[in-house]
Structure formats: structure tokens, C-alpha cells
Write a protein that binds this ligand. Structure first.
Ligand SMILES: CC(C)(COP(=O)(O)OP(=O)(O)OC[C@H]1O[C@@H](n2cnc3c(N)ncnc32)[C@H](O)[C@@H]1OP(=O)(O)O)[C@@H](O)C(=O)NCCC(=O)NCCS
Length: 176
């Protein structure tokens, strides 16, 4: 299933598939403050961001990786990135980050809820997973609001080698 044309609308947001036109926004906004609790490190150079976009485009074409950008539905402003990774497997993984200026407005939950609804309507899977660092309470509120529950805990190194204390929420195939 080629995912390149997927668009997800929700009350305040439009999520659409990533493309090279977002390279500058992603490079500028994916800062150390944003990645504090995340696996990846911030890009050192725009070529890191371009490489990420190219890998993401390959995953869209093969249908394994729904990599989206989050835009303001009215203005089209870039707000962040979201995605569903490992499509085709039994436990696809949700991911999200918002630029600092877009945090604290409830966009995170709105974006992830739209992806969960899309997955439930379109995909076959056992459950979605949402791995999150134990101390990242703002992020943990998202799967909790969607009925997720912690089913695994593990420590894994980030890209930079820092041990990450993760809890993994499972979100059911069917809503409550
Ligand atoms: C984690 C993240 C995606 C959470 O998204 P968020 O939308 O900023 O979540 P927040 O908790 O800040 O926003 C919800 C807040 O917005 C408020 N809000 C304002 N308007 C709202 C609206 N219309 N609807 C819902 N909530 C709204 C809520 O009251 C809530 O505030 P509270 O927690 O003080 O009650 C975001 O903080 C982020 O990108 N962090 C950095 C990257 C990261 O850690 N990603 C996750 C890796 S697992």
C-alpha cells in the first residue's frame, strides 16, 4: 500500500506526508529542547534532515512507514512531525514531536488520535505501541487519554548513547 497520498484532517490540524519542502522547518525546529526525551539526536547539518526525509519517502512508497508533518489546518504553518512506523507488522509504533511554540495547546493528542483512528480503519494489527520515557509526563498523557496502558518497561540507549528509561503503552485495535 503506497502511503504517499495520505492526509489526515482533524479540527485544528492537517497531517500530510513528509516531503523535501519541509526540510528547513524540520532542521530549525528539531532542537535539543524537543529531543530531550526522544531517541534521535537533533540534526547537526541540514544534510541529516534531508537523509531522514529520503528514508521516510522510501517507507511511504513501500507502505511500511507513515511519516507525516503536522500543519496548522487554517494557516498551513509547520507545527511538527508524527508517524506510524512498522506498518505491516503486528505492533506498529506511534511517534510525535511538536515545535516548542506549538506545545501546550493539545495538538499532540489531536494529532495522535487522528493517526489511531486512521490505523483502526485501514490496518490489520494486534495493538499500536507508544514507547515513551518514564519522566515525559506530557507525552504519557497522550496514550492515557486514548485508553492505552503500560504493558512493557525497558531501558534502551538513545542514538547518542544515553540510557532511556522507557514505558511502552499498548493501544488496542478497537476503541473502548
Ligand atoms: C509530547 C508532546 C507531543 C505533547 O503534546 P502537547 O500538545 O504539547 O501536549 P501538552 O500536554 O503540552 O498539551 C496539552 C495541554 O494543552 C492544553 N490545551 C490548550 N488548548 C487545548 C485544546 N483545544 N485541546 C486540548 N488541550 C488543550 C491542555 O489544557 C493541556 O494543558 P495541561 O497539561 O496543563 O492540562 C509535546 O510536548 C512535544 O512535542 N514534546 C517534545 C517531543 C516529545 O517528547 N515527543 C514525544 C516522544 S514519546
Amino acid at each position: 500500500m503506497n502511503l504517499i497520498d495520505v492526509t489526515l484532517g482533524s479540527p485544528r490540524l492537517l497531517q500530510r506526508t513528509i516531503g523535501h519542502r519541509y526540510a528547513q522547518d524540520i532542521f530549525q525546529e528539531f532542537t535539543p529542547q524537543v529531543t530531550k526525551y526522544m531517541y534521535p539526536s537533533p540534526p547537526r547539518d541540514i544534510s541529516d534532515t534531508v537523509a531522514f526525509i529520503e528514508a521516510s519517502l522510501r517507507g511511504l512508497v513501500t507502505g511500511t512507514n507513515l511519516q507525516l508533518v503536522i500543519l496548522d489546518g487554517a494557516s498551513g504553518d509547520f507545527l511538527g512531525c508524527s508517524g506510524l512506523h512498522g506498518i505491516g507488522g503486528r505492533t506498529p509504533e506511534l511517534g510525535i514531536w511538536l515545535k516548542v511554540a506549538a506545545q501546550g495547546k493539545g495538538y499532540g493528542l489531536e494529532a495522535v488520535a487522528a493517526i489511531v483512528a486512521w490505523a483502526r480503519a485501514r490496518l490489520d494489527f494486534d495493538h499500536l505501541i507508544y514507547p515513551v520515557e518514564r519522566d515525559n509526563s506530557r507525552s504519557r498523557a497522550i496514550p492515557e487519554a486514548l485508553g492505552g496502558r503500560v504493558e512493557e518497561e525497558r531501558v534502551e540507549p538513545t542514538e547518542a548513547g544515553r540510557p532511556q528509561d522507557l514505558v511502552v503503552y499498548w493501544i488496542d485495535r478497537h476503541g473502548a
